[in-house]
Structure formats: structure tokens, C-alpha cells
Design a protein. Sequence first.
Length: 307
Amino acid sequence: MTSPEDILDDGIIKSLNSLSKEWREMVMEAWMDLFEQETEDTVNVIEESRMMIRSTLLDFNYENQQLKNEARMLEEKRKQDDFNHQHKGRESKMEGEIRPKSRSLAQIRNERAQSRAQSRNDRSWGDLADLRRETSYIRSPTTLSVSEVRPSRSQTRDNESWGELSAARPDKIRSRSPRPESRPFSTLSSGEPLLTNDQMKKETDMIIGDMQNADYKLMKERERQVEQMLKRREEKMEDKKNELRNQAQAILNKAIQMSNSAASDKKKVDIQLQARLDELKKNKMKDSGRRSQQYHEEMDDIEEIHM
């Protein structure tokens, strides 16, 4: 708030003292009205600046809290991702340990099935060979019937069974997809590598660091805005102070001008009054001389009459 001492320098005070008492009182009253108005304007400016600073501080606290919440959520997400990756890694490891055992059991079952089928086939072909040897002694080659040359129905069934078995089993074995390699912890189902814990922590720390840098930059920006606001307020108050000084100087100059004008008018009036007084004195002296001469003349006439 601007005080009268900041406005009224030595030059203004000296000019004020050169006035008469009546004019000094008039100037002081005008200055008091001016200072009261300036005080109200200054209070309004300070209140406006205080509200702006408070609003800026609230915005800064809100944005700062938002950044802290985002950082906390990101840290929680990183911990949850680490937990999920470790859990998946344990499941993958257990799956890799179980799959070889399951595959070995399937191979054992297939080998046993193939062995049983091979045994049945060998027995069928052995029976057929014995039958042919027995009939070769009884019948001549020229009198063989179609039934002798054609395999028996049981033999056909055995051959068909073996054909189906030999055709089905290898296909089934071939149709089985190869056992996938045990999936490591650092790979996805698509084969894409996952981030390791160190990489995940490094990237998370980098993101948190970027957020902290953004928070720091935001804080510096808010401080810069507050400094600019205070600087603008000081400049505005300095401009108001200069304006007030100019107004006070204008009031004083006007008072001096009016005082000089009044003094000049008074001097003129005094001169005119003195001239009038001089004229009256002169006229009075003329009248006195005339009356004295007339008196003497009258006295002479009276003397002549007595003589």
C-alpha cells in the first residue's frame, strides 16, 4: 500500500509550503481523498493477487496428487505383473516336468498294443503255413480249388485286422503333435519374449522417474507463474504509485496556479483601490483648497462691509 511519504517528495513539500495557509489546507484535503481511493484500489489488487495465488496453489496440489496416484498405481501394477509372471513361470516349470512322463506312458501303451498285434499276426500266418503244408500232401497241385488258393476267412480277417492295426496305429502315432518344449518363464504363448524382472523394474523406474521429472517441471512452472504474477503486481503497484504522484503533483500545480491567479487579482484590486484612494485624497485636497479660498474671500467681503 502506498503511503503519502512515498508520493510527497521534498520538491512537492517545498512547493506546498510556498502556498498560503488557506491553499495548503485545500491541497491537503484533495490529497486525502486521492489517497483513500488509491488505498481501496491497492486492497482490491492485493485481494485479487491472493485469490490467483491460492487458485494456482490448489491446481498445483491437485496435479501433484494426480501424479502421485498414477505413480502408486503403476508401482502396484508392476508388483502384480511380477507376481503373475512368477506364477506363470512356476506353472510352466511344473507343466514341463509333467509332460515328459505323460508322453512316456503313451509310448509304452502304443508299444504294447503294437506288440500284441504283431503277435496275433505272426500266429495267423503260422496257422496258414501249417494248413498249406498239410493239404499239399493230400491234393495235387492241378486239383487245387479256389478255396485252397484263396486265403481263409479267418486269415482274411487277421490280415484286415493287421492292416487296420498297422495302418491305424502309425497314423495315430504320426498324428500326435510333437511334444512342445517346456516353455520358459520369459516367453509368451506366441513365442514372444517377456520382460525380465530387472527389465520390468528398470522400465518402471524409468517411467516413475519421467513422472517425477514432469512433477518437478510442473512445480518449477508453477513457481515461475507465481513469480511472474508477483512481478506483474509490483509493476502494477509501481505504475499506480507513479500515477498517484502525478495526480498529487497536478493538484498542487493547480493550487499554485489558482493561488498565483488570486494573488495577481488581489494585487490588481489593491492597485485599483490605492488609485481610488489617491484620487479621493486629491479630490479632497482640491475641495479643501477651494473651500479655504472661498472662506478667505468671504472674510474679505465681511471686513469691507464693516469698514
